[in-house]
Design a protein around this ligand. Structure first.
Ligand SMILES: C[S@@+](CC[C@H](N)C(=O)[O-])C[C@H]1O[C@@H](n2cnc3c(N)ncnc32)[C@H](O)[C@@H]1O
Length: 321
C-alpha cells in the first residue's frame, strides 16, 4: 500500500496534516510540508498549534555558531548561545513526551588563530541544561571526504590536522525516549560472519576482565549494533538534488548533510507514520530522508532560494492544498 497523507502506514497514527493547512506552506508532498519563515516565529505563533505534542523527532542542524558575523541567521558568541537555548521551550512544545531532539553542530575555530572555539560545545550544553533535557548520547559524524580546513593551519603552516567531524547531541525530556537500535543494525564484519557460521569462539575473560557469554555472542541478531561514531562521506555530486539545482540555475545549499546521516537517526528514533520536524531545514535533507523512510515531516526554512532548491529532492510535489 502506498503511504500518503490520507493513508498512513498500517497500524500507525493518523496523518498530522488533516485539516486546514498552516500559513506559509511553500510546498507539500504526500508525507510532508515545507514552511517558509523564521522557525522561532512560526513555533511561537498559533499557526503551528495543531502540532503541539505531536512530533516524535526534531532532527536539525542549526546555523553554525561562527565567531564573526556571516550570512543570515549567524549570531556571534554569547548571543548565539542565548538564541539557540531559546529554541528549547519552542521545540519542547511540539515534542511528544517520549520524543527526541537531535542537534548537529559543526566545530568552529577562533578567527586568525589555530585554536578551536568552545562555542559549539557551550551552546549545546546551554541548550541542554537550560531546557532540562537529558543527554541520551553524544555522536560524532565523521566525514572522510571533508576538505582540509582550517586551510591556514592545515595546508599552509601544517600545524593542525584536518577538521573532519561534527558532533550530534541526542537529547530528550525523558531519559528513555522512544528508540530501537535494531532498526539501524549494520552488516556483520566478515570475521563475525565466519564466527556465526562456524559457531566457534574462545569464550572467556577479555583483557578488560569482561566475560563474554558464548551463547549470546554467537547468536545471529540480524546485524551488528553500530557505534556512536558514524562515518558517512558527504559526496553527492550527481544526486537528484544537485541535478535539479544545476538544471534550474539554483545555488545548492552550502552546508548540506548527507541523507544517510538523517536516515540513521530517523530510523533509530522513529517508526513509520511518526512525525519529524526540522526547524532549520536548508535543502530539506531531513524531509526527504523522512519521506523515504515512510515518516511524516515538517520542515521550516528562512531562505526562499534554499526552499526552491529543495523541491528537487521530491518527485511528487503537490502545489495546491
Ligand atoms: C546548517 S543549515 C541546514 C542544512 C540542512 N541540514 C541541509 O542538509 O540542507 C541551517 C539553515 O537554517 C536556516 N535558518 C537560519 N535561521 C533560521 C530561522 N530562524 N528559521 C528558519 N531557518 C533558519 C539557514 O537559512 C540555513 O539554511
Amino acid at each position: 500500500m502506498v503511504t500518503t497523507l490520507e493513508s498512513p502506514p498500517n497500524g500507525t497514527q493518523s496523518s498530522p496534516f488533516i485539516g486546514r493547512p498552516p500559513v506559509c506552506v511553500a510546498y507539500r508532498t504526500p508525507m510532508g510540508r515545507m514552511l517558509h519563515g523564521l522557525s522561532d516565529e512560526l513555533l511561537r505563533s498559533d499557526c503551528l498549534e495543531r502540532y503541539r505534542g505531536r512530533v516524535d523527532l526534531v532532527f536539525t542542524s542549526p546555523p553554525f555558531p561562527l565567531n564573526r558575523k556571516k550570512k543570515y541567521g549567524n549570531l556571534t558568541g554569547e548571543e548565539y548561545m542565548e538564541w539557540l537555548s531559546s529554541y528549547g521551550p519552542l521545540l519542547k512544545s511540539v515534542l511528544k513526551p517520549t520524543g527526541s531532539i537531535v542537534m548537529e553542530l559543526g566545530n568552529a575555530w577562533e578567527q586568525g588563530s589555530p585554536v578551536m572555539s568552545t562555542l559549539p560545545v557551550r551552546s549545546l550544553l546551554k541548550f541542554q541544561t537550560d531546557n532540562g533535557l537529558h543527554l541520551c548520547q553524544e555522536f560524532v559524524w565523521h566525514n572522510p571526504a571533508k576538505l582540509p580546513s582550517p586551510a591556514q593551519w592545515v595546508n599552509v603552516e601544517r600545524i593542525r590536522l584536518k577538521d573532519s567531524f561534527t558532533k550530534l547531541w541526542w537529547m530528550s525530556p525523558t531519559p528513555k525516549p522512544k528508540a530501537d537500535n535494531r532498526r539501524v543494525l549494520k552488516e556483520y564484519s566478515t570475521a563475525m560472519k565466519q564466527l556465526l557460521a562456524t559457531q566457534t569462539y574462545n569464550a572467556g575473560r577479555r583483557p578488560s576482565e569482561h566475560k563474554i557469554g558464548e551463547d549470546s555472542f554467537l547468536s545471529d541478531n540480524g546485524g551488528a549494533i553500530p557505534g556512536s561514531v558514524l562515518t558517512f562521506a558527504n559526496t553527492q555530486a550527481n544526486d537528484p538534488y544537485q541535478e535539479y539545482c544545476r538544471n534550474t540555475g539554483i545555488e545548492p545549499h552550502p552546508a548540506r548533510m548527507p541523507s544517510a546521516l538523517a536516515e540513521f537517526f530517523i530510523r533509530l528514533l522513529t517508526e513509520p507514520g511518526d512525525l519529524v520536524l526540522d526547524p532549520f531545514a536548508g535543502s530539506n535533507t531531513t524531509g526527504a530522508a523522512s519521506e523515504a523512510q515512510g515518516r511524516y515531516w515538517l520542515s521550516i526554512e528562512a531562505e526562499s532560494k534554499y526552499i526552491e532548491g529543495s523541491r528537487g529532492r521530491f518527485p511528487a510535489i503537490i502545489e495546491q492544498e
